[in-house]
Unconditional design. Structure first.
Length: 64
């Protein structure tokens, strides 16, 4: 996964264009690098799956 792909996925989640995003284990570290740079970082929720994949959701209320 490259920077542009990661940023586009994050923008789509934040805007509501997609409800969830599956990130493969091999792309996790790259994706997370751009996720934590965002000012709305705490609005994203990642749910770990078997095998190391993560499904991300965007929440209206930030997590604490």
């Amino acid at each position: 996964m490259d920077e542009e792909t990661a940023r586009k996925l994050l923008d789509k989640l934040a805007s509501g264009k997609i409800n969830e995003c599956l990130i493969e284990k091999s792309d996790f570290l790259t994706f997370r690098k751009y996720l934590v740079e965002r000012p709305d970082f705490k609005h994203f929720r990642g749910v770990a799956q078997h095998g190391g994949n993560v499904i991300y959701y965007y929440m209206e209320e930030p997590r604490s």
